[in-house]
Write a protein that binds this ligand. Sequence first.
Ligand code: PMP
Length: 338
Amino acid sequence: MTQIPVHERTLDLIGNTPLVRLEGPSKEAGCDIYGKCEFANPGASVKDRAALYIIRDAEARGELKEGGCVVEGTAGNTGIGIALVANALGYKTIIVMPDNQSSEKMATLRALGAELVTVPPTKYADPNHFQHVSRRMAEETEGAIWAGQFDNTANRKAHIEGTAKEIWEQTEGRIDGFTCAAGTGGTIAGVGMGLKEFDENVVIALTDPHGAALYNYYANGELKGEGSSVAEGIGQGRITGNLEGAPIDTQFRISDEEGLGWVARLLREEGLCLGLSSGINVAGAVELGKQLVAEGRENPRVVTILCDTGFRYLSTLYNADWLRSKNLPVFDWLKDSD
Ligand code: PMP
């Protein structure tokens, strides 16, 4: 009989994503590298999981009631997840985002029926930062809750109970290492905690983009960033509530060029169209795989996260003019397009 699931409710489509072996990265690392296909969630990103858990948690605590409203400050994917889950449960959504994010994400949020408020990008200490604006809007709106994905640990719980358990079952307990980048840190902390509960010998590695402060924090205890990155959704400058107690064993720093190299190869050689955070994650997984091979682990297996779909970045990562404007290499097959 078929093992393809049939669901009775659309919300059950969140999670239980497939795991796929990545041929090019596996060859490069000299061991098996697997990607967790989070672009297969209904909102096409890993953040559907956090959205569902945050909303269910607010309901369980009695804060979110029938006809209520969910407010969040987000670079986009969490907002998309919240809008879909809120629609399915009869809540309204208000999303505050910086106005420099991809136009696809803004158009998607509007299309899903969310009320979208854009604000100029500014530093976290500024009261006009999108996260603070969204918190104030939640306080001022009748029947609203503030999702607060950075410090609300319902976010990482989604990965302890969901993503980590799924990876353990999908690999039948044969997993040596896991790595991904951090935005809120919910994914790396939650999957790390969940996998360590199954087997404390699974190596958990943070893969950090340039410009973020966590690589230095885990390497030498100092929250300090160097350089910059155009990757959306990742790159953190503080220890969020979700990152507190994350079991990080080792860390890598990956450039946008290296991440884009994997985005290009996965698309052209394996037919996967991904965003840049996925490319950076895959580059980190290759590093971790090489390290585990060098340490003498026999045929190690490494898992990483394929966070969202590349279709969300047609006007940026897949646009020759945009890439040139950021001094990034243009994909060979886009070189003639203008
Ligand atoms: N990649 C993308 C594209 C994202 O939107 C996010 C969420 N901010 C992440 C990676 C990182 O996930 P997390 O917030 O769980 O650290």
